[in-house]
Design a protein around this ligand. Sequence first.
Ligand SMILES: Nc1ncnc2c1ncn2[C@@H]1O[C@H](COP(=O)(O)OP(=O)(O)OP(=O)(O)O)[C@@H](O)[C@H]1O
Ligand SMILES: [Mg+2]
Length: 366
Amino acid sequence: MTRVHIEGVSKSYDAHPVLHALDLMVDAGYFFTLLGPSGCGKTTLLRLIAGLLDPDAGDIRFDGESVLSRPPEGRNIGMVFQQHVLFPHMTVEENVAFGLRMRGTGIREARPKVNEVLEMVQLAGYNRRFPRQLSGGQQQRVALARAVVVDPVLLLLDEPLSNLDARLRDDMRALLRSVQRSLGITTICVTHDQTEAIELSDRMAVMFDGKIAQEGSPAELFEQPVSAMVAEFLGSTNLLPARLLDRSHAETSLGPVHVRSCPDQLYAAQEDVLLNIRCEHIAILPAVEDAEAPSLARLAGNHVAAEVVSSVYRGGLVFYRMNVDGTPLSVIDRSDRQFVPGARVVLRIPPEHVSVIRDDARTFSS
Ligand SMILES: Nc1ncnc2c1ncn2[C@@H]1O[C@H](COP(=O)(O)OP(=O)(O)OP(=O)(O)O)[C@@H](O)[C@H]1O
Ligand SMILES: [Mg+2]
């Protein structure tokens, strides 16, 4: 297992800067996911780690040792890219054995190891097929087998599941995780898909414009994003302008809201902030008779009277737009019931799910 340390790495293409003194540490054996919008430099970073590109500045270390002077083949990295480029004229077995053959292993000698990894990716017995005789998901599993057969110290995955349909992606995601766990390989995976990132990762980072905006556990990023951009990139959230009253209360257009304890540096600055409330954390209480009196409901503390503006059912979830006395709130409800537009409800906003973030005035829109 290898610890990867990226230290102040910068990279430009033709004087166009893509990575800016980027720092990142990936601990040994971790499944680490990089999320970020198109063009922010994710593939560039993977290519630098793999040695397919050289950084303009900074260092890349494996277990403390710089690898910059090593060519790609000297870094012992397994890679799976978005376009699973199998050799079309080679069988599954030949494709998987390729890395071993390059190291001088004969096909006969390689066979037990090839069979072992094919079994791991649930393709035992597919040795003699050609890529054209496989489904997209099967080709992707061959690509994974080919990447891990050489016992790499590091696995780099660039959107490995993006070509698959939703169901296959779920299966492949579970398979990826179990292969990574059983081999204990440090893995850096690039994805656009937040669900994928949460399910797979021990740690993750959101990247914008060639810089890491935030790094942490999936729960940390979702529960305590450092900026509006990170919060919005992670999807489905409400960002409410607010002014801090004290460490755990803020004034908003909904009235005073009880928040999770505010980080010291934000509290000290006494600045205008945003309250981040993820849509799935707002609870809808059954409609009550006196919900007509929003000002009364407000006083109950993080309970507000709301009117349903729209509701859309999407596979086990209902997506609502609510109106709270002129303030729009989006809510995602996991329930069989569905309130119709015009219905009056009470929303409960649990203080532990209200995080305070800096109002960086720049929000991400995809
Ligand atoms: N070989 C190259 N020459 C010049 N510019 C490049 C080259 N490769 C990438 N770029 C530019 O560098 C930036 C970062 O590209 P990169 O491929 O790392 O983005 P990415 O985050 O992987 O995006 P995506 O999510 O779309 O794959 C982009 O603006 C891209 O146009
Ligand atoms: Mg890319």
